[in-house]
Design a protein around this ligand. Structure first.
Ligand code: NAP
Length: 242
């Protein structure tokens, strides 16, 4: 029997990230619950353990380079490699201001978590992912980051005036392609997932989909076979327009 895969999901203590961890764990992987608050992480890992999933908490605040390095060192010490990284932690901090009224500070704050931290976390963990025979990196994007979708005035997503959030997810898509291109001649695949509009704390539980439904695309990309795609952007229904 081959060794179980080791997967880290950032922001896995609740919402879509929790369900991604649950789905990856259900495939038999050891799932590392990335949480910036150890107690919230432990509560989530406990719930998963009660379902028979092998879950461990890894304290990681994606905005804190010291915390990210410590998490990478711990995974190295305890597992020696990482097979799956899901960069799920994300924030939405604006209140629907028109772009012409948007304070740049809100863009900076949003990009720090949704874009720059993905680079910090990926770079810290890439040495461990390179040791995997089939590394998979999934970045949790959004349909709101799709220029194809949001530039269509008939599409309901064109009505969300979220300059900071939407553009951060467009940037995340570009980050995804950059890493996929760098890693194209390795076994590592890098893709972006669109979960759809899901009811979570991020949107006051307004979305029509469940977090479990939102997790489907990312779980699929995290467990892609060797012939699967890289440098793509996928919802549960297939390829999304950039
Ligand atoms: P959520 O319920 O608010 O969960 C966000 C998670 O990210 C929480 O675990 C949160 O931790 C964590 N997080 C935030 N900042 C962090 C940091 N600095 N370090 C570590 N963890 C941090 O939101 P969600 O809806 O599940 O969102 C998950 C991902 O899906 C995000 O990237 C979001 O942009 C994306 N997404 C969501 C939707 C949707 O409809 N909900 C649609 C498209 C994309 P705490 O509990 O400690 O705050």
């Amino acid at each position: 029997m081959s060794e179980p895969k080791v997967a880290l999901v950032t922001g896995a203590n609740k919402g879509i990230g929790y369900e991604v961890a649950r789905g990856i764990g259900a495939t038999g992987a050891v799932v590392l619950i990335g949480a910036r608050d150890a107690a919230r992480g432990a509560a989530a890992a406990g719930k998963l353990a009660a379902e028979g999933i092998t879950a461990e908490v890894v304290e990681i605040d994606v905005l804190d380079e010291v915390s990210v390095s410590a998490a990478a060192a711990r995974i190295d010490r305890e597992h020696g490699r990482l097979d799956i990284l899901v960069n799920n932690a994300g924030i939405l901090v604006e209140r629907g201001q028109a772009p012409s009224r948007m304070p740049v500070a809100l863009l900076e704050r949003t990009y720090a978590t949704n874009v720059f931290a993905v680079v910090t976390v990926t770079n810290a963990l890439l040495p461990l992912i390179r040791r995997s025979p089939a590394g998979r990196i999934v970045n949790m994007s959004s349909g709101l980051g799709s220029l194809g979708i949001t530039s269509d005035p008939e599409n309901p997503y064109a009505q969300f005036p979220l300059l900071a959030y939407n553009s951060s997810k467009s940037a995340l898509n570009a980050v995804t392609v950059s890493y996929a291109n760098e890693l194209r001649n390795t076994p590592i695949k890098v893709n972006a997932a669109d979960p759809g509009y899901c009811a979570t704390d991020m949107n006051g539980h307004a979305g029509p989909r469940t977090p479990e439904q939102g997790a489907i695309a990312a779980i699929r990309l995290a467990t892609l076979p060797e012939e699967g795609p890289t440098a793509g952007f996928f919802s549960e229904d297939g390829a999304e327009p950039w």
